[in-house]
Design a protein around this ligand. Structure first.
Ligand code: GLU
Length: 471
């Protein structure tokens, strides 16, 4: 049997990380077993299902490296097939036409409430002769659910769960306008797509019992089910805006790498020994549903940020430099030309050591794209004392003559110059950093100076010396 899983989002305009994690688990499970991962867009809510909402899902999955193995299936386009199956159920006697009016259904609900019963359809048309139907009246199609026995789901995460069939009323599978209900469409689609494993959030658990009844009525083999516990906020409450980012787009904007988000979402609710940082290949090799925990997980943004830092340091410098340039685009006071791009790429090994997100990385790299005079923050200004400026003035002479212009030579020159003037290295290096970056933090100063190049280094030193004379 070929394992086939699917991710079946409703296009609502965002890809929630709970859903993204479900997609990841479906992807990894199918890959681990040499199977296929499919995508079904559940676009039956026509008001919400815009092309933009669909693109958000497609882009998000693509960004996370979870590209489906077949073109997406669009649920709305399959309405005729959903109706066909409903008619087959009618013909087989597993479903019936219900002519109840809205008023009758309302009265049914009110009576149930008055008697303290859950609001259920009372089976009014279940055994009525169709000849009693009012001529030309609209009808819905309801499943003739079994009244006795129970429905058992052997969930691959939650274990065995049983529900008495008497607990479930005869649900509508086809509405009066001929459109299928969600419950019905999902079953028909999963069957037709030959899905073997349905892995989804445990908010769908009750749907699974309902859906099982449709499989049984059609005589179709049910897929196996795995219901994933939800992701909560750090305080244990339902994840919401006030906790922080929730959608894949937000995490992307906040500077998280897809591989870090993947890795974090995998570890949130799945474990394999002490393994923390796992490459995609390792994830595929190790993932299986028996490692998925049964209780809700808590989103830990600090841990995610830490993990992002780990992946950032492992990421390719060219890729990071391109991302940084895109993030700096449009910021005032920067010149993002080829020279700046080359400097950013050159200093990337040092820059990425210090950043935890791409936003921090871009902030830390911005000085490389500035032109003199640089804005100086308060701490940087305070380092540029008359004494420090005099030292820098002399050091500029060394820089002008330095050959080759490499980090190692720059470091040696710094030490020599500080030594010759009876100063500690920091007494020269710190003011130099202030002049180069406008701040007091940066990658090692020798690498920073090397990345800026001789001319720019001299221009930046002259600029602070000039400001000193002018001031
Ligand atoms: N479309 C449903 C949702 O977005 C998921 C259906 C399923 O996975 O069976 O919640």
């Amino acid at each position: 049997m070929t394992i086939r899983t699917r991710f079946a989002p409703s296009p609502t305009g965002l890809l929630h990380i709970g859903n993204a994690r479900a997609a990841l688990f479906n992807f990894l499970f199918s890959r681990h077993h040499g199977g296929q991962f499919l995508l079904r867009i559940e676009d039956t809510d026509r008001a919400r299902s815009t092309q933009h909402a669909v693109d958000v899902i497609l882009d998000g999955l693509d960004w996370m490296g979870l590209t489906p193995d077949e073109p997406p299936v669009y649920q709305f386009a399959r309405q005729a097939r959903h109706a066909e199956v409903a008619l087959a159920l009618l013909e087989a006697g597993h479903a019936y036409r219900c002519y109840c009016t809205q008023d009758e259904l309302k009265a049914m609900r009110e009576q149930a409430a008055a008697e303290g019963r859950p609001p259920r359809y009372d089976g009014l048309w279940r055994d009525r002769d169709p000849s009693e139907a009012p001529a030309g009246a609209p009808f819905t199609v309801r499943l003739r659910s079994p009244r006795d026995g129970e429905t058992v789901v052997d969930d691959l995460v939650q274990g065995e769960i049983r529900v008495a069939n008497a607990e479930m009323d005869d649900m509508v599978i086809l509405r009066a306008d001929g459109s299928p209900t969600y419950m019905h469409a999902v079953v028909v689609d999963d069957h037709d797509m030959a899905i073997t494993h349905v892995i989804r959030g445990d908010d769908h658990m009750t749907n699974t019992f309902r859906q099982s009844q449709i499989y049984a009525a059609m005589g179709w083999e049910r897929p196996r089910f795995a219901h994933l516990p939800l992701i909560h906020g750090p305080d244990g409450a339902k994840l919401s805006k006030r906790h922080g980012a929730q959608s894949v787009v937000e995490f992307r904007e906040q500077g998280y790498l897809p591989e870090a988000l993947d890795n974090y979402l995998l570890r949130l609710g799945w474990g394999h020994g002490d393994a923390e940082v796992l490459s995609r290949d390792e994830q595929i090799r190790l993932f299986d549903l028996d490692g998925v925990g049964r209780s809700a997980s808590r989103m830990d943004y600090t841990k995610l940020t830490h993990m992002n830092g780990v992946w950032l340091r492992a990421a390719d410098d060219g890729r990071l430099a391109r991302d940084v340039l895109a993030r700096l685009e449009g910021r005032p006071g920067l010149v993002l030309d080829e020279v700046a791009a080359a400097r950013i790429l050159r200093l990337m090994p040092g820059l990425k050591e210090r950043a935890r997100t791409l936003v921090e990385l871009a902030d830390a790299a911005a000085f490389l794209a500035r032109t003199v005079p640089l804005p100086l923050d308060a701490k940087a200004s305070s380092l540029l004392t008359p004494d420090a400026r005099a030292l820098l003035h002399g050091f500029a002479g060394e820089i002008a003559a330095l050959e080759p212009f490499t980090a190692a030579e720059i470091d040696a020159a710094l030490r020599r110059h500080a030594d010759a003037h009876g100063r500690k290295l920091g007494q020269l290096a710190q003011p130099l950093r202030a002049a180069m970056t406008g701040s007091t933090t940066s990658p090692p100063i020798d690498a920073t100076v090397e990345a800026l190049g001789r001319d720019e280094t001299l221009a930046r030193i002259r600029s602070v010396l000039g400001a000193a004379i002018g001031g």
